[in-house]
Ligand binder design. Structure first.
Ligand SMILES: Cc1ncc(COP(=O)(O)O)c(C=O)c1O
Length: 282
């Protein structure tokens, strides 16, 4: 993989992309990010990701280039990679910048914008064919989960707990209701309807989630309801799947020690995955 890095307006070899040790991203997780999938040279939902980046930055009062500028920089970086055959991912991070360590940030910092391409590490085919196990965990995060902040420690701990349990993902719950996975959103199937927790401050409104709600649901004539989902309801679901940029549409066949439905990939989930693949590879 090409190790060219976009670093504040320049494209440099990785060794030259050096960040100040007093960058607030490093000391306070004071920054925001996006991960974008690029299928055969074409970034999927680029503008939606960039708009969310700008939104997250605005929520934290981090100064961010305008959308047109962000688009231009991302497309120029992508063009410089000359990577049109292989599917890749772009990680974009914007931190508030560097200053002597102090909690209350000065207003005049120069933010640091970086982009790094990597391989698009989609999950193995067998995960999509056979489905995966997930675990449930209390949601220990703050109450602004709609911001895609680089402060991800509770997510990191939750994902590690899932790995230890040989599960794909940890789905979190607050006050008895499901929120989302450590790096994914959750849907369940009831009859001909899809249910997913509403876009509140307690979840990240995933771009893949929005694609399912706005494009795939209507295309497959499925009703999609944004509704609070109790843990009990989750356990009774006929089908469950996760959504995310690198997760795509992941069928869930086991939650903790219980089987979902018949313990096999659900029929609707399979159709949604196919529709998503058609959309991303179109
Ligand atoms: C906490 C969380 N929820 C949901 C998602 C899925 O978002 P998207 O579909 O935009 O990748 C992510 C992605 O990283 C995430 O970190």
């Amino acid at each position: 993989m090409n190790q060219k890095i976009y670093f504040n307006g320049e494209i440099v070899p990785r060794e030259e992309a050096l960040v100040d040790i007093e960058d607030r991203g490093y000391q306070f997780a004071d920054g925001v990010y996006e991960v974008i999938a690029v299928y055969q040279g074409k970034p999927f939902k680029l503008m939606e990701h960039l708009e969310r980046l700008a939104f997250s930055a605005a929520e934290l009062e981090i100064s961010c280039p305008g959308i047109n500028q962000l688009q231009h920089e991302t497309e120029s970086y992508l063009a410089s990679l000359n990577q049109t055959e292989e599917d890749i991912s772009i990680y974009i991070q914007l931190t508030r910048g560097a200053c002597p360590r102090t909690h209350a940030y000065p207003d005049d910092l120069d933010p640091v914008l970086i982009m790094k391409a990597g391989s698009l590490e989609l999950r193995p085919d067998e995960y999509y064919q056979n489905g995966v196990k997930i675990i449930t965990r209390p949601d220990e995060r703050w109450s602004k989960c709609y911001i895609k902040s680089i402060a991800l420690l509770p997510n990191v701990m939750a994902k590690k707990a899932a790995k230890r349990a040989r599960a794909y993902e940890a789905v979190m719950h607050r006050d008895g209701f499901v929120t989302e996975g450590s790096s994914s959103n959750l849907f369940l199937v009831e009859g001909d309807s899809l249910l997913t927790p509403p876009a509140s401050n307690y979840i990240l409104n995933g771009i893949t989630r929005q694609t399912v709600i706005q494009e795939i649901g209507p295309k497959l004539s499925l009703e999609v309801r944004e509704q609070s989902i109790s843990l009990d309801r989750l356990f009774r679901a006929e089908e469950v799947f996760l959504t995310g940029t690198t997760t795509e549409i992941m069928p869930v066949v086991r939650i903790d020690e219980r089987e979902v439905g018949q313990g096999r990939v659900g029929e609707l989930t399979g159709r949604i995955l196919t529709a998503y693949r058609e959309l991303t590879r179109a």
